[in-house]
Design a protein. Structure first.
Length: 520
């Protein structure tokens, strides 16, 4: 079975359809058809096997920003049977060395911006080869040059490895906000099912035009829209980085139809002057993922006449797991929708019992979109993957009588005050409605009287509200036991590259500050 050559199959069906637009324009790859993009990926696959000596199952790393060569490598691995290991561009050389050693990575592709990291990496982790995407910025003169290796390929039929659906396409390492990152095993079956099911359940079509500005090394960048859009034969507009003005101009110029972002990005985009003037008439809807979406952002975009949906997914279970219609995005604002086709969802209590509609429970998912678990870590896999095939997401949610789900927060963030559950996401959502609050995160800390107390880290505008003003704002909105005990004003919240707040860092920072002092 040729399970993974998604790009090759799409190019066979619609070779002359526009597949990729690069922003800013990449010389020689400004606008590529599916046939042209497939030729590039096929050549890269040939280099992996013929020039670099890799076999089926060998690991290929890529340390790079968004660029066409990233897509070449992604689709080439599907053709060659090699396993792609995207590496976060914010990682240190020591952190990259952990990924190299844990994954068994043999060949590393890298761009010029990360040559210094590769120079450091050589002394920390062995590699068969380091391959420069920018020949003029090699980490070492002896490093290989991808373009040169492709040019040296002998003539021959295009490579197309036969793959089993359970063969790995990629190893994606989790963000590692707690402990060492773990490699999520992404089989071809998961990638293709995500593509098919997103197209059908989200009702995508071949006319879609989708800007991608999220980092491709993350599951959201690769799988949330790249794979579904290629599956249906639409057009990807690939941005090298995040530039609000450039993005709004691209949406207008390329007549974008669906766009994915994360809450922090959507807020920054809405604050740019182009938001008020850009022609958004082509946009069918926007979707936010990666973190809970504040209601004020939904209202802000809806006031601009744009449909705004909230999605949900995890690297481990496929990044698109729920869907809703345009009408439901208004009537059920704040909900993530209903599970996709053939996606089973369940909410359970502390003893594994199913919870009633309207109550909060731990979210479990099951279906063909679920990963194979964690590479080389059977203990972590067994902890998340139970005997009945349910993946324990670590998120809390509630389901209403119509079957719509709403995320209540991470289970590890839950704080218990006086024996009562308090959900930080609920508090954060209300505080974000306060006009002077720009960003907020609530964490639980030990409290001698109540067991745990809530500490709210607040990013405010120039007219900073006082703690008393914030409490006064919350009084008619939340029960008193949910109110934070302490407010800490900060300039910014620590976040991962994909917008998730690193709450452990905030908690540690606060407890260190209290060391030797009486707790408030």
């Amino acid at each position: 079975m040729i399970a993974g050559d998604l790009l090759g199959e799409r190019a066979r069906l619609t070779p002359e359809k526009l597949a990729l637009v690069t922003v800013p324009p990449t010389p020689g790859a400004e606008r590529l058809t599916y046939a042209a993009l497939d030729r590039r990926a096929t050549a890269t696959a040939g280099a992996l096997r013929e020039r670099f000596g890799l076999a089926k199952g060998d690991r290929v790393g890529i340390l790079s920003g968004n660029r066409v060569e990233f897509l070449d490598a992604f689709f080439a691995c599907a053709k060659a049977g090699t396993v792609l290991v995207p590496i976060g561009t914010r990682l240190t050389a020591a952190e990259i060395a952990h990924v190299v050693a844990d994954s068994g990575l043999q060949v590393l592709l890298y761009d010029g911006d990360h040559a210094e990291h590769v120079r450091e990496l050589v002394s920390l982790a062995p590699l068969r080869a380091a391959v420069a995407l920018d020949p003029s910025a090699k980490a070492d003169p002896h490093d290989l040059d991808l373009a040169a290796e492709i040019a040296a390929l002998p003539d021959g039929p295009p490579l197309r490895e036969r793959m089993d659906p359970e063969d790995l396409w990629a190893l994606l390492y989790t963000s590692g906000t707690t402990g060492k990152p773990k490699g999520v095993m992404i089989p071809h079956r998961q990638v293709l099912w995500n593509g098919y099911n997103t197209v059908v359940s989200w009702q995508l079509c071949e006319d879609e035009v989708t800007p991608i500005f999220l980092p491709l090394y993350h599951a959201g960048g690769l799988f949330a829209f790249l794979v579904p859009i290629v599956t249906v034969g639409g057009t990807i507009v690939l941005h090298a980085g995040f530039d609000p003005e450039e993005i709004w101009q691209t949406v207008e110029r390329e007549r974008a139809t669906v766009v994915l972002g994360v809450p922090t990005i959507w807020e920054r985009l809405s604050e740019h002057p182009e938001f008020a003037t850009a022609d958004l008439g082509s946009v069918r809807w926007l979707v936010s993922g990666g973190a809970p979406l504040p209601r004020f952002l939904i209202d802000r975009y809806q006031a601009r006449g744009v449909v705004f949906k909230q999605g949900y997914g995890l690297t481990e279970v496929g990044v698109n797991c729920f869907a809703m219609t345009v009408e439901e995005s208004v009537a059920k604002a704040g909900s993530i929708g209903k599970p996709l086709l053939f996606t089973e969802a369940r909410l359970v209590g502390a003893e594994g019992e199913s919870v009633a509609d309207g109550e909060v429970g731990a979210l479990l998912l099951r279906g063909p979109h679920v990963s194979r678990g964690y590479w080389g870590n059977p203990e972590a896999t067994a902890e998340a993957f139970d005997a009945e095939g349910w993946w324990h997401t670590g998120d809390l949610a509630r389901r209403d009588a119509q079957g719509f789900y709403t995320i209540a927060g991470r289970a590890k963030d839950l704080l218990i005050r006086g024996g009562v559950n308090v959900y930080p996401a609920e508090i954060e959502g209300e505080l974000l409605l306060q006009p002077q609050v720009r960003d907020v995160a609530v964490v639980g800390v030990p409290d001698e009287t109540w067991g745990e107390a809530g500490v709210a880290f607040v990013v405010a505008d120039e007219r900073r509200p006082t703690p008393d003003e914030l409490l006064e704002f919350l009084r008619p909105r939340l029960a008193r036991y949910k109110h934070p005990s302490v407010f800490v004003f900060v300039d910014a919240l620590p976040r991962t590259a994909y917008g998730k707040v690193i709450k452990g860092e905030l908690r540690d920072r606060y407890l260190e500050h209290l060391n030797g002092e009486q707790k408030p």
